[in-house]
Structures are given as structure tokens and as C-alpha cells.
Design a protein. Structure first.
Length: 438
């Protein structure tokens, strides 16, 4: 396929990259080849970032394809903004738009859940019993938050008794700020958790920890705070050099890391949390507790036979090649976004580069050509470390740092420009990605 970025600037682009790795289109004289005529039936499960961006791109590349998206959600959520809502920096409606706002003409939206996938006969059934046949299937339903896995926790607790949970959506992110803001004023013990499963944007728990600590400091309440980060294993971040940088920042700010502490249960009335550790269960009292639950593939994926059988067995991520995202047993199926069973890639920035690969795979297959695009695990995390400062961390499958601005923006330095990308530029680039323009 023709790269939409100026080749003299490079794959991610020098001027084209905004926070999170979602690149803006760089103006160029290049044009796409003429659309390929086809009557292929393409079904996309999920109208989130990946499914919507892919639909927009395929409409431009194919002429006559029957493209159907299955998703029951009327609202599209700009999930990178939830951490800003949970810190009182943006209102809840900052992250909300309508699913139909982003879908191109010529694409059919079925506003239902996908209830069953039969990859052998190549059908998808919806909750109402409608059955769709497909030539190509892209599974991009996101993931599910397994709140029930934490004993004693329900979402109606968020915002009360010192409990926050920003991942659950804009309403809960706003309620999280209600609980967190009280903590920044009154102080006490803050426990910031991270699940043991794979998760979307693994930097979000750290961002929330840094932001709430910084807001309290700015209010002159640092002396009232006892902030603890409850790591799920012996690391603070999956990339070792980044983990060490976070450890150093925690040390500078008096934030205590507690390694291999996984939240098991909550006694909200007593404000007490129980964690599983390598040495057994440990109870910790808190004044503020930020809950991020285990995360898993949706049930329709886990029941479809598409998941890995020998790894992530409790989570159900789709078995696919990590460079092409093509299913290893069903070559007419691709995984995209959070549900993909690959070592990295559960961020909007990752989706930006995964979409290009899946697009190329499908279009090349229809055209009878060899695909050329591959995904190297590119993931980006604008790691907010305080209000007005962030580190723009980009890396690949091998934990190599892959900065888009080498020599200009140091990935492990807390910079205002990296904050600006997250707080201002990222949403515009995300929207461009949804339109298939980035």
C-alpha cells in the first residue's frame, strides 16, 4: 500500500506524530491507487478505535465491498482522555461522541452484540438471531473489565468510601475524581492498584498515581499523604528502562512501590483491601483506593475457539501472528486492538499501526498480491508524571525505545511538550485516525 506519510520523514513521521503515537497526516502529493473492485463481504466486530478506523480505510481502498460493523454501543469513548477526567482536568463529556459520527457512508452498522462466531462455516450471529456470512472477519470488540473478580467490589461504590475506578467509563472517571480530590485535600493512605492480567494502557495506573500525588503537592498537602503503588509483579512497567525511571521518580516523590500485590477483595465499610502476595494474603487499610480490575476478552471471543489454547488461558486473547495479526488457524480472520493476543499493543497508539497492517492484509488478499505491512509491537505511552509534564515513551515488542523525535524529545525526560501532546494534540490525531486519515 502507499504510505500516507511523506517517506522522507519516516514511518511514524517527524512532524506527523502527536502524543500516543497516533500520527497526523503529513501533507503530501502521494495519492492512493484506484479502489479495487470486489464484492467481498467484510464483517468487523467492534466500532471502537480499531474497527472504525479500519472501516474508513477500507471504504477508500475497495469498490463494492459489503462492509458491516457489529457493535451495540451508541457512544464512542475517547479512552485516552479518561485519566484526565479522573484527575479533574477534563469534564466527563470530553471523552464522549456518537458511534455513528465516525462511520463512513457505505458501511452498515448493526447495533447489537455479536453473540456467536463460527469460524468453520464463516458466520457471525447477533443477539437477535441475525446471522451474517463473511469472506473476511476482523474481531475488534475491545476487552471486558472483570469487576466481579474483586470480591466485595461493585461499580456503584465508585466515588464513595474513598474508592475510584477510572477505566469503567466517563461517569466513573468523574466519580473517581470526587473520591480522589477529597484524598488530595484530607490526605491519608492511598493505594493505587494494577491487575495481574494483560490490560489496556498499562501506563494509566501510573499516570493516576503521579497526577493525584502532584495535585495534592500543589495544594500544599504532601505531608498528609502516604501514597503506595501496588505493582502486580516485580516491575513497575513492562519495559525495564522505563520501570527503573518510574522507580527513581517514585523515590524522589516519596511514593512507595509494593511489588507483587494483586487486589483480591475490598471491605468498603472498613476501608480495607486484601491483596494476594508471594507470601500470602495481606490486608491494607486505605483512605483512597484506585481499582483497576482484571481484563479479559469478551465472552463471544472466548467461546468461539479463536483464543490461544496454551497462553493467556484465563483471559482469552485471540490467537494471531504478532506481525500480521492474522489468525493462526483461520486465515480469513484478523484481530485488531485490545483483543489481539500479542505481547504488546493495547493502546490507541498501537491501533494506529495495527490498522494499517490489517488493511494491507485484506486489500492485498483481495487483489491477489502479497501484503507488505507488518506490526512490530509499536506502543506509545505519554506517561504523565505531574500536571504539565510527561514522558513520551514509545517502544516495540523487544522493549526497544523507538522515539519519534530522536535528539529532540528525550523519551525519559519529564517535558512540557510531551504533556502538550497528551493534553491537547492527541485527541485531534485520534479523531483523524478514526476517519482513516492518519
Amino acid at each position: 500500500m502507499t504510505n500516507s506519510l511523506n517517506p522522507s520523514i519516516g514511518r511514524r513521521g517527524f512532524l506527523g506524530l502527536a502524543a500516543g503515537g497516533a500520527a497526523l497526516v503529513v501533507s503530501t502529493a502521494e495519492t492512493q491507487a484506484a479502489p479495487i473492485p470486489t464484492n467481498a463481504k467484510i464483517v468487523i466486530i467492534g466500532a471502537g478505535a480499531g474497527g472504525t478506523a479500519l472501516a474508513n480505510r477500507l471504504v477508500e481502498r475497495l469498490n463494492g465491498a459489503q462492509i458491516t460493523i457489529i457493535d451495540p454501543r451508541p457512544q464512542h469513548l475517547y479512552q485516552p482522555g479518561l485519566s484526565l477526567v479522573a484527575a479533574g482536568l477534563k469534564p466527563a463529556d470530553y471523552v464522549v461522541s456518537q458511534t455513528t459520527d465516525w462511520l463512513p457512508s457505505g458501511v452498515t452498522l448493526i447495533a447489537e452484540k455479536a453473540a456467536a462466531i463460527d469460524p468453520d462455516v464463516k458466520t457471525v450471529a447477533t443477539e437477535s438471531g441475525q446471522v451474517l456470512t463473511y469472506d473476511f472477519l476482523v474481531v475488534a470488540p475491545g476487552l471486558v473489565l472483570d469487576h466481579d473478580a474483586i470480591d466485595g467490589f461493585t461499580l456503584d461504590m465508585v466515588g464513595t468510601n474513598g474508592i475510584g475506578s477510572l477505566y469503567a467509563g466517563p461517569e466513573y472517571a468523574a466519580k473517581t475524581w470526587q473520591a480522589a480530590s477529597k484524598f488530595t485535600e484530607e490526605g491519608g493512605v492511598g493505594l493505587f492498584t494494577r491487575p495481574a492480567t494483560e490490560m489496556k494502557c498499562a501506563g494509566a495506573p501510573l499516570k493516576h498515581t503521579f497526577l493525584i500525588d502532584d495535585i495534592a503537592r500543589r495544594a500544599g498537602n504532601a505531608g498528609k499523604m502516604d501514597v503506595h503503588y501496588m505493582a502486580n509483579n516485580d516491575s513497575l512497567f513492562g519495559v525495564p528502562i522505563v520501570s527503573e525511571k518510574v522507580r527513581m521518580l517514585f523515590g524522589d516523590r516519596g511514593i512507595t512501590p509494593n511489588y507483587s500485590h494483586v487486589l483480591k477483595s475490598i471491605d468498603a465499610g472498613a476501608k480495607r483491601a486484601t491483596f494476594t502476595t508471594e507470601n500470602g494474603e495481606v490486608e491494607r487499610d486505605y483512605d483512597y483506593l484506585h481499582v483497576i480490575p482484571p481484563q479479559r476478552a469478551p465472552e463471544v471471543i472466548r467461546q468461539s475457539g479463536l483464543s490461544w489454547a496454551d497462553k493467556w488461558t484465563d483471559q482469552g486473547w485471540v490467537q494471531c501472528d504478532k506481525t500480521t495479526l492474522r489468525h493462526l488457524r483461520y486465515p480469513d480472520i484478523w484481530a485488531l486492538g485490545d483483543v489481539a493476543g500479542v505481547p504488546k499493543g493495547k493502546t490507541a497508539a498501537s491501533v494506529k499501526w495495527q490498522v494499517v497492517v490489517v488493511e494491507d492484509q485484506i486489500v492485498s488478499t483481495i487483489a491477489g498480491a502479497d501484503p507488505t505491512e507488518t506490526y512490530n509491537g509499536y506502543t506509545s505511552c505519554p506517561m504523565i508524571t505531574r500536571v504539565g509534564r510527561a514522558m513520551l515513551i514509545e517502544f516495540d515488542y523487544d522493549n526497544n525505545l523507538t522515539p519519534s523525535f530522536p535528539g529532540i524529545i528525550a523519551p525519559l525526560e519529564e517535558l512540557w511538550i510531551s504533556w502538550l501532546m497528551k493534553e491537547v494534540a492527541l485527541k485531534a490525531t485520534y479523531n483523524a485516525m478514526l476517519r482513516g486519515k492518519a
